[in-house]
Design a protein around this ligand. Structure first.
Ligand code: FPP
Length: 236
């Protein structure tokens, strides 16, 4: 891996916790728990490599369709994750940010998230963006409404709307587009993740299930990324 050519922003669809659990005859939540442990190691490696942004898809606007006990269990895991890891994240100069409408989560989870946001807000190392109750289509509609309101209130003219103005109204307004998007567990789709932002991202799909995705797997994905030629519609 070439340390001089790291992606500035890595985004990950952490898929396969349920299948990992099933393969071991464990309940699905045991898979999510193992997924959290994997995530902890990925955050550490991303941070120590000096990557600036890591975004993980932790809960989508569509994941509410899952059984109630799984949904509740994922949020409980999140609360415990913050309780256990916040101190270390902070010591490692990691800045936590949330994309998505996290206020719809259970109160305890919202409180823990806000604690993490406040505690780490001045940190200057890795920015760790967690997508929670996030969906790209929802995000795009929300941005459109915000802009339409401004036009209706004469704060802006329709003809002044540009791509960069639109971007400013997305949850990711202050986050650069992902250079590398990884999806684990063999599925090859985005599932409503960063649709606008990944227009020119490089994609790496791996069959590895998320709980088995180690920092070495991350470095393999980065190596794959480093072989790609990015043209952004132009010529090399
Ligand atoms: C998208 O696939 C995948 C996600 C939104 C990630 C889901 C992961 C969790 C809910 C577990 C949380 C993570 C940890 C580490 C505890 P999808 O299954 O929403 O969409 P699909 O039906 O198109 O595959």
């Amino acid at each position: 891996m070439d340390r001089e050519k790291l992606p500035n922003h890595i985004a990950i669809v952490m898929d396969g916790n349920g299948r990992w659990a099933r393969s071991k005859s464990l309940p699905r939540l045991a898979g999510h728990n193992a997924g959290m442990i994997a995530l902890k190691e990925i955050v550490k490696r991303t941070s120590s490599l000096g990557v600036k942004h890591l975004t993980v898809y932790a809960f989508s606007t569509e994941n509410w369709k899952r059984p109630e006990n799984e949904v509740g269990g994922i949020f409980n895991l999140l609360v415990h994750y913050v309780e256990r890891e916040l101190e270390e994240l902070n010591q490692n100069n990691v800045k936590v940010k949330i994309i998505g409408d996290y206020n719809k989560l259970p109160k305890k989870a919202v409180q823990k998230i806000e604690e993490a946001l406040i505690k780490t807000r001045d940190n200057t190392g890795l920015q760790f963006n967690i997508a929670l109750n996030y969906g790209s289509r929802d995000e795009i509609v929300r941005a459109t409404k915000l802009i339409a309101d401004k036009v209706a209130n004469n704060e802006m003219k329709a003809e002044d709307i540009t791509q960069s103005i639109f971007k400013e109204h997305l949850f990711t307004s202050a986050i650069p587009d992902p250079d590398l998007v990884i999806r684990t567990s063999g599925e090859k789709r985005l599932s409503n993740f960063l649709l606008w932002q990944s227009a020119y991202s490089e994609f790496v799909f791996t069959d590895t299930l998320w709980p088995d995705f180690t920092p070495e797997c991350l470095e393999d994905a980065i190596k794959e990324y480093q072989k790609r030629v990015r043209r952004f519609g132009g010529l090399k």
